[in-house]
Design a protein around this ligand. Structure first.
Ligand SMILES: Nc1ncnc2c1ncn2[C@@H]1O[C@H](COP(=O)(O)OP(=O)(O)OP(=O)(O)O)[C@@H](O)[C@H]1O
Length: 312
């Protein structure tokens, strides 16, 4: 079989569309909302929005009182695994970048390049054997990300197989949403989120598992994401939300997420493996990693051009 002319991280070509669309309509799908041209422009780090910057080690619960949007930035971020007698291994090496409200930033790169580690670092979920250095900032302030500010959807689904989709989401809404809401309000909110994720048609279907077949794999992913979206987090981390799904199901999920991000001003950071061209076109930003280093950071639309220019 002839070797693919595409870099290994490249989006899987769609059977219906060329890898690089030459029509202006494909780029018009994506709102760049002021992305500066790369690589000539430096990464922009916003000024801290609060009057006094909190200590680097301080935990601040919310981005800023009255601010619901999260501008996440990281600077010179490095992570080292302390492997006991085996010594240390540098997993991430001096990464800088940012994720903006209303946009989807894709983390891409070959297996083992550090995508999950970067997500975990940004989300404050690193294991005890990992040491990090560098700055992570929310709206320009160095602070740890609190659970109220963000949600994290892991690669594995942890859903109750015997519940229906509606039962699972209603149950989560009951637990997650504030007590100031009535039961009916919580249910109504949950039903809205079910609709937003395109799950209304299967709301009464059992989730199911390996033994008793229920909803599809793509729908299971959407239920997991739906549950994380219930509390309307301004920042959401997704680890391989499309893994194991075909291109249509992947597009369905990512377009819903991009739509919700745009509508609610949610900041989305998603680690993605080989997206289709259609899915790739939904990304606003791309952070491409190789061996724990940033190979490209900037608008997803400019990545091909830039890497070709660099001879990658
Ligand atoms: N706790 C840990 N201790 C030691 N090494 C680790 C640890 N976690 C991850 N690594 C190593 O760090 C590197 C990056 O792992 P990571 O899971 O971030 O990659 P990835 O890009 O998400 O991979 P994949 O696409 O296969 O999920 C790998 O070589 C992995 O073995």
């Amino acid at each position: 079989m002839a070797a693919s002319p595409l870099p290994r991280w490249a989006p899987t070509p769609s059977p219906t569309k060329p890898l690089r669309s030459t029509t202006s309509s494909s780029t018009a799908m994506v709102s760049w909302r002021g992305w500066s041209a790369w690589p000539s422009s430096p990464i922009f780090f916003p000024r801290c929005l609060s009057d006094s910057e909190p200590p680097a080690s301080g935990v601040v619960d919310d981005a800023k009182p009255g601010t619901t949007e999260v501008f996440l930035t990281w600077k010179d971020l490095s992570v080292t695994a302390m492997n006991g007698r085996k010594g240390r291994a540098v997993i991430l090496d001096g990464l800088s970048g940012y994720a903006r409200p209303g946009e989807v930033l894709a983390l891409m790169g070959p297996s083992g390049c550090g995508k999950t580690t970067l997500l975990d670092t940004l989300a404050g979920r690193l294991g005890p054997n990992m040491k990090e250095s560098g700055d992570i900032m929310i709206n320009g302030c160095r602070q740890k990300i609190a659970s109220r500010t963000s949600a994290y959807v892991t690669q594995e689904d942890v859903l109750m197989v015997t519940l229906t989709v509606a039962e699972a989401v209603h149950y989560s809404a009951e637990l997650q949403l504030p007590d100031s809401l009535t039961r009916a309000e919580k249910r109504s909110w949950a039903d809205d989120v079910i609709k937003q994720m395109g799950l209304a048609a299967v709301a009464g279907t059992r989730i199911g598992g390996r033994v008793s077949k229920g909803i599809s794999g793509g729908q299971r992913k959407r239920v997991s994401i739906c549950i994380e979206l219930l509390a309307s987090p301004p920042l959401i981390f997704l680890d391989e939300p499309t893994s194991g799904l075909d291109s249509a199901a992947s597009y369905h999920i990512m377009s819903r997420i991009a739509g919700i991000a745009k509508r609610n001003g949610t900041t989305v950071v998603a680690a993605i493996h080989q997206p289709s061209t259609e899915v790739f076109e939904l990304f606003h930003g791309l952070c491409l990693l190789a061996n724990g280093k940033t190979v490209y950071f900037g608008p997803a639309s400019k990545a091909m051009e830039d890497l070709e220019y660099k001879g990658c």
